[in-house]
Design a protein around this ligand. Sequence first.
Ligand code: BTN
Length: 251
Amino acid sequence: MDRYEPLAAGYRLLACESLDSTNERARRLAREGAPDGVVVWARRQTAGRGRQGRQWHSPEGNLYCSIVLRPDMPAAAAAQFTFVAALALGDAVSGVIPHGVDLRYKWPNDILLDERKAAGILLESSGIAAGCLDWLVVGTGLNMEAYPQIEGQYPATSLRALGAGPLDVKDMLERYVDGFAHWRMKWQNEGLPAIRDAWLRRAARLGERITVRLPQEELSGRFEGLDESGALLLREDSGRGRTISAGDVFF
Ligand code: BTN
């Protein structure tokens, strides 16, 4: 029998020492009927995963958690939870990084500190009942102590590497879940513009030239903002405007 601890109102915690993947565990709980607000947290993961089948470096010392949600909405709208999670993480991280470290949101689901990736968000969902999702899992990995030593397109970093003091992972988890509850409520009450604008205020490379990799092609142009659904607006060099709902961004 799993034991849950209380978190922010509406959320409760399943704390584990080690899991293959908190997303995997959260998916299983969701399939078994777990309610909205269950948060799965593990001190380490043995098979942490990132977007597009990438592996997620998951030694002890970093934050790995996944929130089970029952959003009564279609998949396209539920994808906007990525902004809720990013803003919540951004708030949690802002409170502990040294002054002068530049925190940016990278579309669609990364957090950059001084231009290096410190956190990623992985949304997984299932089940279309009357057009709406059955469940959504919002998985978050934050490099607090350790990060993968890879350069190239996705250089990484950690809070510690940027000068943050020793941090308590559970404290960071609680800050994140508090922020998640706050931004989710704001989104519900005020709609996407309120949270999209907060995200855009700290967007990486807004107004600058970026490259977006899509399954079949790569597009380059000026990052002009986000539309009313959260899709990325790109002005190609030819002047043609593109609206991109999913892709990988490079600088
Ligand atoms: C990405 O940037 O590619 C997303 C990374 C998401 C990693 C987190 S760690 C907690 C949760 N469990 C997983 O297996 N993945 C997510």
